[in-house]
Design a protein around this ligand. Structure first.
Ligand code: NAG
Length: 333
């Protein structure tokens, strides 16, 4: 009997790690093991432990870093603490892109944090582009259940051949399944990972109504707990790639478990504020992968679609103010 109890305890605690506590048990890298500075001179600071980085934005420049490797599929994650107080016009982005390699038909998977006026919370936006599909934005925006400038939280992207999942801490907040009708719009070419902080005055807060106020600068975003776990791709021979030799730690998720799905649905019901699927101004009929729920449509109506540049005009903006490789402004429209 005693043994049974013990066995049960061991089993249930490992299940706990797998399905709930994964974000606290990820295999992390130091900054130098996985990343290099992309731009921003002294506005990128690697802290003494080598595992944390400060990216800042001041009146001279933003800053950013980029993974040393190109990846085809994998799990990519960082713990991020956003700047506090007045952050209107400030955008922090944690994303994958191959815009410098495929200038006309790039792919992208985005986490974007959109600053706000004092007293209003940061919003989080997720989006994907595939094969240059920048005329079809698939943005969603959410509030969070915590203040992301109070403390570090883990933000993760799982990218496989068949689905993309965005996580905040241990909660899957969005799953994009590859469907036949999406065609090339599903990201399918190797990408690098980026983190940037930049001035998005023209775009970010109420469609550009609130600009970055440099009286409150520098704006500092803190990063740590870097996870880069994917198949690395040779940048010259794009077709040859190798998946990491080390076995995949079981703390890295591979899909949405049933209990995670329940949480995801409850997160989305409570915290989603915008979805491209319900944006009738942009899409007279929603893209084919959308499953329209009239209740959701009704709930989302009360949020202002113009907030954070949604609704009209160009959705695709460049967060790469970078001068590495042949990087240009090619991804902006
Ligand atoms: C991606 O775009 C290229 C160039 O525009 C095109 O030739 C190719 O067929 C597209 N691939 C897919 C999967 O749609």
């Amino acid at each position: 009997m005693e043994n049974f109890h013990l066995l049960f305890l061991v089993l249930s605690s490992s299940v706990f790690v797998l399905s709930y506590g994964f974000s606290k048990n990820l295999p992390t890298l130091s900054f130098d093991e996985g990343y290099s500075q992309l731009f921003g001179h002294n506005n990128l600071i690697v802290l003494k432990d080598g595992k944390s980085v400060h990216l800042s934005l001041d009146e001279n420049t933003g800053s950013g870093f980029v993974s040393q490797d190109l990846y085809l599929h994998g799990f990519f994650s960082a713990s991020i603490k956003l700047p506090a107080d007045y952050t209107a016009g400030v955008v922090v982005a944690f994303y994958m892109s191959n815009g410098d390699i495929f200038e006309k038909n790039h792919d992208e998977i985005d986490f974007e944090f959109l600053g706000n006026i004092r007293g209003k919370e940061w919003r989080v936006q997720t989006n994907i582009y595939g094969n240059g599909s920048t005329n079809v934005g698939r943005e969603e925006r959410y509030g969070l259940w915590f203040d992301p400038s109070d403390d570090f939280h883990q933000y993760s992207i799982l990218w496989t051949h068949t689905h993309i999942i965005f996580y905040v801490d241990d909660i899957a907040i969005r799953e994009i399944k590859r469907t036949g009708s999406m065609g090339g719009d599903f990201p399918s070419k190797p990408m690098t990972l980026y983190a940037t902080i930049w001035d998005a005055s023209e775009w970010a807060t109420n469609g550009g109504k609130y600009k970055v106020n440099y009286k409150y600068s520098p704006y500092v975003a803190e990063f740590s707990n870097f996870v880069l776990h994917g198949c690395t791709v040779d940048p010259i021979e794009l077709s040859s790639f190798k998946c990491e030799a080390t076995p995949k730690p079981n703390t890295i998720p591979t899909g949405v478990t049933p209990s995670q799905r329940t949480k995801m649905e409850s997160f989305r019901k409570k915290h989603m504020q915008y979805s491209y699927c319900y944006d009738k101004i942009r899409y007279k009929s929603p893209p084919s992968e959308c499953m329209i729920n009239p209740k959701e449509a009704e709930r989302l109506k009360k949020f202002d679609p113009v907030t954070f540049g949604g609704g009209r005009g160009s959705h695709h903006h460049h967060h790469h103010h970078a001068k590495r490789h042949r990087r240009s402004q090619s991804v902006s429209i």
